[in-house]
Design a protein. Structure first.
Length: 565
């Protein structure tokens, strides 16, 4: 780390206006959001509330941060934008890739160590582009975090041998899931989608409340306050609740755990211009990843890190962008089977996601066409191969845009029967995400939506289907190598279902060090500011494990008032 005398010699105003080059490059790129958003706010003279540690966000990073800060003697206020806690984490499958020699691994006879975990992480193809200081800290604290979740957090682990992480090196079993005591496999009314992440997040919420953490729901972070121009401590935050501002002083530290920026199209396009508006975000519409935390951090001088990770061509299933698990609805990723359709329809968020979607069992039953009506990929492909093809600009990409546009799964009545799909609400969303017609020409004319401004060109769609049907006759896909195409698309009605990649994890964010301290553009620690989870950058690992681990580290370090590295 740089010393104080190496602090950047420029003012906040210069920083904001410094153009595309130099330390302010990314910040300036973000200036297109709204110039005011990059001006740091002055601390208020009087605070509405006060705590030692203020945690922002109640997901996989925020709740552990709050518990860990309280455990280390701090008074804690946690603010959460949503009407309930949990973020993406409560909707997750709950599988935690926490290894390195945990008590649970030992119980099941799994031999592991932090060194082995670290070596696996840096050598695994998908995670190798990570900041190794962060990976090392994770490997060191990973097992202790799992033990702590059980012993302190109140989480009960499923009584089964750990398995291999979903997206992660598979040399040693390191993935384990939580179970909710007395839970019979369906979390019923206590989870927005019935996902297993409930069994992780509800116990953590209960523990935090028991430890005196004040949880303020429907409070949305807008600003972090910092004393001096890029030199002083951060001293508090401003939030809004029901349209009114609230200021909260943080005597020891602030933890930004807002879950990243995948819901913020301008922000995410600063990382990769192809990440245009049509890509929906898994975890929405229950909770948003708006980039608020990163933006508030950037305004007080925090750097961003690991930008390329958001769409790195790792050629594997990394949870960067995803093939939707469900088609014909907007968000593509409610986990099928976690709730019955009846249950989902009654869920408090059904009015927001509007349809449960259709799960594709066999991609032999559909073809994928892009917004130009052209088939462009082997539908059976997964991971990078599939979504990278989807995101390539095509003949219909308008000037000034860079993404591949909507992707539609085209199938016929026989395909629907083989898949046992019911092609009507509440399974599909007729409001721009699913269409049907008696002819392909009519179908093409109908397919328009907010992201498909002009209908699918009917000649192109008809030609794509004709050519694909000829591959079925030939028993060979002459264009993209799909394994022996089996079924023609020929029987009315014909269908088009939204099947566009969705953003899964947010893998870039605020720069932190191994103690979860936020770092500025000169490489110096910002005193009092911490970040964890998907709003922190530098570590490509998928999912909960790094969020839980760095949340715990951040809360502890904030409570201890760690000064500098
Ligand atoms: C459907 C699904 C399944 C998944 N399954 C798995 C799995 O099995 N295993 C795994 O390892 N990972 C899984 N993941 C990924 C995992 O859930 C995330 O990586 C993890 O939850 C990220 O944690 P986080 O704390 O960074 O963000 P989140 O858990 O999203 O929490 C961030 C919180 O911050 C709040 N917030 C945002 N902005 C503000 C603001 N301005 N002010 C106040 N609060 C704000 C949000 O509302 C949210 O509650 C899954 C994700 C999804 C969506």
């Amino acid at each position: 780390m740089k010393k104080d005398d190496q602090k950047p010699q420029f003012s906040r105003r210069d920083f904001v206006k410094s153009g595309a080059a130099g330390v302010g490059g990314m910040a300036a790129a973000l200036a297109s959001l709204d110039p005011k958003q990059l001006e740091a706010a002055e601390p208020p003279k009087r605070w509405d509330k006060v705590a030692d540690v203020v945690v922002v966000g109640s997901g996989a990073a925020g709740l552990p941060a709050a518990i860990s800060a309280a455990e280390n003697g701090a008074t804690v206020i946690l603010i959460e934008q949503n009407y309930d806690i949990g973020g993406h984490a409560i909707q997750s499958g709950g599988a935690m890739a926490l290894g390195g020699g945990s008590k649970n691994q030992k119980k099941w006879g799994v031999e592991d160590s932090p060194e082995k975990w670290y070596t696996d992480l840096i050598n695994w193809h998908d995670y190798r582009f990570s900041d190794r200081e962060i990976v090392w800290a994770f490997a060191q604290e990973s097992a202790a975090t799992l033990d702590w979740l059980v012993e302190k957090g109140g989480v009960t682990l499923r009584d089964t041998k750990p398995g291999n992480p979903d997206g992660g090196p598979a040399t040693t079993p390191r993935a384990q899931g939580p179970v909710l005591a007395g839970w019979d496999g369906n979390a019923g009314g206590i989870s927005p989608t019935g996902s297993n992440g409930t069994a992780l997040m509800r116990p953590l919420e209960a523990t935090a409340r028991k430890m005196g953490v004040q949880i303020l729901l429907e409070h949305s972070l807008t600003d972090v306050y910092r004393q001096g121009e890029f030199t002083g401590r951060v001293v508090g935050i401003r939030a809004t609740t029901k349209g009114k501002p609230v200021t909260i002083q943080a005597r020891r530290g602030i933890v930004i755990a807002t879950g990243g920026h995948t819901s913020n199209v301008i922000f995410r396009r600063a990382y990769d211009p192809r990440l245009t508006e049509e890509y929906q975000v898994v975890g929405e519409p229950y909770s948003l990843q708006t980039g608020d935390g990163e933006l508030a951090g950037v305004r007080v001088g925090a750097a961003l890190w690991g930008a390329a990770n958001q769409t790195n061509d790792t050629r594997a299933r990394t949870h960067v962008m995803e093939k939707p698990v469900l088609i014909g609805n907007q968000f593509g990723y409610l986990r099928p089977g976690t709730r019955s359709t009846d249950d989902l329809v009654k869920s408090p968020v059904f009015s927001r996601f509007r349809a449960t979607g259709l799960a594709v069992k066999d991609f032999q039953n559909v073809i994928h066409v892009n917004m130009a009506g052209v088939r462009f990929v082997n539908e059976e492909a997964t991971g990078w191969t599939w979504w990278n093809a989807c995101m390539a600009p095509n003949a219909k990409t308008p000037p000034g845009a860079n993404g591949g546009g909507p992707i539609w799964a085209i199938f016929d009545a026989e395909g629907a029967t083989r898949e046992e799909w019911v092609c009507k609400p509440p399974y599909v969303d007729l409001d721009g995400w699913f269409f049907s017609a008696d002819t392909l020409e009519e179908l093409a004319r109908k397919v328009t939506c907010r992201y498909q401004k002009e209908p699918l060109p009917s000649d192109a769609l008809a030609a794509a289907v004709r050519r694909y049907n000829s591959f079925v006759d030939a028993g060979k896909d002459g264009d993209f190598g799909k394994t022996s195409p089996k079924f023609k698309i020929q029987t009315a009605p014909f269908y088009a279902a939204w099947s566009t990649p969705c953003a899964h994890d947010c893998l870039s964010g605020l720069r932190i060090n191994g103690r979860a301290q936020a770092i500025d553009w000169s490489g110096a620690v910002i005193p009092g500011l911490y970040s964890a989870g998907e709003s922190a950058g530098g570590f490509m690992q998928h999912g909960l494990a790094k969020c839980l681990t760095f949340g715990r580290i951040a809360g502890r370090e904030a409570a201890r008032g760690t000064a500098r590295t």
